[in-house]
Design a binder for this molecule. Structure first.
Ligand code: ZN
Length: 303
């Protein structure tokens, strides 16, 4: 079904009933007025005492079906919603309401109401997605006399497609650290070692921080380590990351430290001192990163 055909079918529901001969579950009454005023912080004296009226904005409250739902909902409205569902507009959000007050409601007034499908918009694209606004108008009466009207607008829409998952940021590879990333691509964690004084360094740097020598070779990490410190990321969520997750400063058995993710254990079981073991994880067709598998806590009887 094309957009025009759908809209024509939707328009055909304008003027048809959404609820017929509804009756308020309770007469207008002082306890509900009091609770409303307390919830709203409204101390207007017009809403208390022997000549009390109900706050006009309670108009809809007297027509509501409660947790049991809308028993009086008419078939055309159900059909309209089903038609929108079939057109892919499966989500719904209330957008706004307007009320007009004709006469005040007072305790003991018995409310009746009818609701009509007033309008169905053409196809609209919003931030939430594309769909149709449906406006219903409820006429609220007491003893057959109009007391007020309540217009309620919803958007029935097809949720906008979320963007494809973004890729994880790329590491910045330069002349000084290219050897490190080349090692990672071969699933080897290479630590720089000063050729003059044998001090290990990670991350890679152009010179030795102990003796200043620019000469170096590498040793391969054995893969054993412990969590030296960690944080759990909850917020803000970055694209390509699924919080919460644990980011740790891992102390390698060789003595140097590396920032990485702890994986394989729940984020809230990561602890300082926890043993971890080096692993390599492929994130996409070109990105492999060193990560650390958490080693679950020792069971009872071990020391
Ligand atoms: Zn050195």
């Amino acid at each position: 079904m094309g957009d025009d055909e759908l809209h024509a079918r939707l328009k055909a529901y304008e003027g048809r009933p959404a609820a017929v001969a509804g009756t308020g579950r309770d007469p207008v009454n002082a306890p509900m007025i009091r609770h409303w005023c307390e919830a709203m912080g409204d101390r207007n004296p017009a809403y208390t005492g022997p000549d009390a009226i109900a706050p006009p904005t309670m108009l809809q409250a007297w027509t509501m079906g409660g947790l049991g739902g809308h028993a009086g909902r008419a078939r055309p409205y159900e059909e309209l919603l089903a038609l929108l569902d079939r057109a892919g507009c499966t989500s719904v959000v209330a957008t706004d309401c307007e009320q007009e007050y004709v006469r005040p409601l007072r305790p003991d007034d018995e409310v009746t109401f009818d609701t009509v499908i007033e309008s169905v918009s053409e196809r609209k694209t919003t931030k939430l997605g594309t769909g149709h606004f449906v406006t219903t108008r409820t006429d609220v009466r007491v003893d057959g006399e109009l007391a007020g009207t309540h217009r309620f607008r919803i958007l029935k829409y097809a949720p906008a497609h979320r963007k494809p998952k973004e890729r994880r940021p790329r590491p910045v590879v330069n002349r000084d650290n290219a050897g490190f990333w080349e090692g990672v691509s071969r699933h080897r964690l290479l630590i720089q070692r000063c050729a003059a004084c044998a001090t290990l360094r990670l991350p890679w740097l152009p010179g030795c921080h102990a003796c200043g020598s620019p000469d170096w070779d590498t040793v391969e990490a054995g893969g054993e380590g412990t969590v030296f410190s960690y944080v759990v990321m909850h917020h803000p969520p970055f694209p390509a990351f699924d919080p919460p997750y644990a980011v740790a400063l891992v102390q390698l058995a060789e003595g140097v430290r590396i920032v990485s993710n702890v994986v394989g254990v729940p984020y809230d079981e990561v602890r300082v001192g926890m043993p971890v073991r080096l692993d390599f994880r492929r994130y996409d067709e070109e990105l492999v990163l060193p990560v650390f598998q958490g080693v679950a806590a020792c069971g009872p009887g071990t020391s």
